[in-house]
Design a protein around this ligand. Structure first.
Ligand code: ATR
Length: 277
């Protein structure tokens, strides 16, 4: 690993809170593995406009944006990639000829995690949720040519999002009767400490050959455990997180991120065996 010296490039995360973020683990693992003289730090930021001034003047070479700044950051960038513009949310800043560009790799993370296991074109995908994560995934899967169906506990919110994106919508209560090639759980349900919660009854899971959960704490949510028991292919939320980080890494360095190294370090970190923070 390079020593931190006067040529070390700084990359960072801005959000609030950031203390539990896995992004520093993933990006620093990638920098180390590829011998890139760079570090990635997490900054807890309450004033994103001031943070962007800092990013411009220091300069910081690449930035991840997380909750609650993904939308409020939009007016402060020089250009938006079309997908980030359409989604109205940015999770990545990178430099292009001295212009600060806003991009969104959240949906791509889900697409790549799924593509590792299956073809996507033409597949019927049922997405649970209508928050930021569901929105990003729905956009990205529609772009991949999937037949996307949204559902959400608060029906009106789900229906509005489905209309905005131009995908189908089903009432939440009908999920147990629905069938789809892929079920994507895009809410926080099942996240530690409520790890025994699940939105889909076990007896309905056989209608979904592939089940992906965006939750990665725990790695095996109740939904994924029951999906495996029902013979479904279960995909955990860590792969989506890694692939969205890998897409950021490519924008910043023009290099392919070492996915297996990132996964190994994240697994070790989550299981408490420890890598340096
Ligand atoms: P994010 O931006 O991380 O996706 P969010 O905008 O807070 O988070 O959205 C959370 C999503 O999880 C919403 O779809 C929410 O449903 P509502 O719109 O009905 O609130 C969903 N959600 C959270 N807790 C839930 C629960 N206990 N049961 C069902 N859906 C839940």
């Amino acid at each position: 690993m390079y020593p931190v010296d006067s040529e070390t490039r700084l990359y960072c995360l801005i959000g609030n809170p950031v203390a539990k973020s896995l992004s520093p683990i993933l990006h620093n693992a990638a920098f180390r593995a590829l011998g890139i003289n760079a570090v990635y730090l997490a900054f807890c930021v309450s004033d994103p406009a001031a943070a962007v001034q800092g990013i411009r003047s220091l300069p910081i070479h690449g930035v991840s944006i997380t909750i609650p700044h993904k939308t409020v950051i939009l007016p402060y960038v020089d250009d938006l990639e079309p997908l980030a513009q359409a989604m109205g949310a940015v999770n990545t800043l990178y430099w292009q000829e001295e212009r600060l560009i806003g991009a969104n790799t959240d949906g791509l993370g889900a697409v790549l995690a799924l593509k590792e296991k299956t073809e996507l074109y033409g597949r019927r995908c049922l997405i649970l949720g209508a928050g930021g994560a569901a929105r990003a995934i729905a956009f990205a899967l529609k772009t991949e040519g999937c037949q996307v169906v949204l559902t959400n506990r608060t029906g009106e919110k789900g229906r509005r999002l489905a209309e905005e994106i131009g995908v189908d919508w089903v009432p939440f209560g009908e999920v147990i009767r629905d069938k789809a090639d892929i079920l994507i759980q895009a809410t926080s349900v099942g996240m530690y400490p409520d790890a025994e919660e699940s939105l889909v009854p076990r007896q309905s899971l056989a209608s979904f050959p592939i089940v992906m959960d965006i939750v990665y704490k725990p790695l095996e949510t109740r939904l994924l455990r029951e999906a495996r028991q029902e013979g479904c292919l279960a995909i955990d939320g860590l792969n989506m997180l890694i692939y969205q980080a890998a897409a950021q890494f490519r924008l910043w360095t023009e290099k392919e991120a070492p996915i297996s190294v990132m996964r190994r370090e994240a697994d070790a970190y989550l299981s408490g065996k420890g890598v340096s923070r």
